[in-house]
Ligand binder design. Structure first.
Ligand SMILES: NC(=O)c1ccc[n+]([C@@H]2O[C@H](COP(=O)([O-])OP(=O)(O)OC[C@H]3O[C@@H](n4cnc5c(N)ncnc54)[C@H](OP(=O)(O)O)[C@@H]3O)[C@@H](O)[C@H]2O)c1
Length: 272
């Protein structure tokens, strides 16, 4: 066993295999990156109620164990398996992906939710924060998308969901690094959709406005705040109806349409 694989096996908690799906009890299988807190945890709970078997990934072993225990207890069976992984450890991705697929018995849905928003001000310039946001929000996503896409393409099925943000739609004075990282993910997903739709693979881009999670604590001015449970329900409905892009709340779609069309000569005078 090579060193990389050994590291992954050591980082993965003792994981029982989920019960095998049968023709009478078919099970969808999903991986969620960034699933111990906030929207990721809400998505995990929601998918478990819809009968999914889950490979849950996050960096914090205690929180990850807690969400798996909660879901498995609620289901009276092991349906959620924990895997400790930092989304910036790109080299681990291919082997970890294979291990989770083996544990789950396949894969139907992949969700990249991990994200960080590092606070800054309109007059500070901090490359280190920009680098971290690009690494977690964009490069980590690309590492996983590159592992998942060829598998779904070969299968001729599967769903890929990326959690971007309304922040992707326009570069604003507040946080250029966060805007750029979320725009990178949204553009990458659009390109993947254009590649994969013809192979039967569905790609969904999610652009939340404000969600009531730990991340919101670093955003001073908020309104139309949605609960992570509501956002998870919106995302699931969008998956089922095979939408391409959704905003949650939906009204953000109209607002961002207007904001996207504000001419630059006016937009650069605004302070948001
Ligand atoms: N909250 C909002 O208002 C809002 C609005 C628009 C978009 N979003 C996006 O929605 C997604 C979910 O955000 P949230 O509000 O639920 O935020 P959150 O409560 O801060 O949760 C973020 C999750 O991502 C995980 N994560 C962060 N860095 C990671 C890494 N390097 N490797 C693995 N996991 C990592 C965190 O794990 P740890 O516990 O290890 O930190 C946590 O589970 C993010 O992509 C965010 O950018 C949020």
């Amino acid at each position: 066993m090579n060193k990389l694989m050994t590291n992954i096996m050591e980082q993965s908690m003792p994981a029982n295999k989920v019960p095998a799906a049968t023709p009478l009890l078919p099970r969808q299988r999903a991986i969620i990156i960034g699933s111990a807190r906030g929207l990721g945890a809400a998505l995990a709970r929601h998918l478990a109620t819809k009968g999914y078997h889950l490979g849950l990934i996050d960096r914090n072993p205690d929180l990850l164990n807690a969400i798996c225990t909660e879901i498995n207890t609620a289901n009276g069976a092991i349906v959620a398996l924990p895997y400790v992984h930092d989304a910036t450890s790109y080299g681990e991705v291919p082997a970890l992906m294979q291990k989770i697929m083996a544990d789950l018995g396949g894969l139907d849905l992949f969700i990249y939710n991990a994200g960080i928003l590092l606070p800054t001000t309109p007059t500070t310039y901090e490359f280190e924060k920009d680098r971290q946001m690009m690494e977690v929000n964009a490069l980590g996503a690309m590492a996983w998308f590159n592992a998942v896409a060829p598998i779904f393409q070969a299968l001729g099925s599967g769903q890929i969901v990326g959690i971007s943000s309304v922040a992707a739609d326009r570069g604003r004075v507040g946080n250029p690094g966060y805007n750029a990282s979320k725009a990178a993910m949204a553009t990458y997903l659009e390109a993947l959709r254009n590649r994969l739709t013809r192979h039967g693979v569905h790609v969904l881009t999610v652009k939340p406005g404000f969600m009531d999670t730990d991340m919101l604590k670093s955003s001073p001015r908020t309104f139309w705040v949605v609960s992570p449970e509501q956002a998870a329900s919106d995302i699931f409905k969008a998956m089922k109806s095979r939408r391409q892009t959704i905003y949650t709340l939906g009204r953000w779609g109209l607002i961002m349409l207007i904001i996207k069309h504000i001419p630059s000569v006016i937009f650069r005078r605004l302070s948001f």
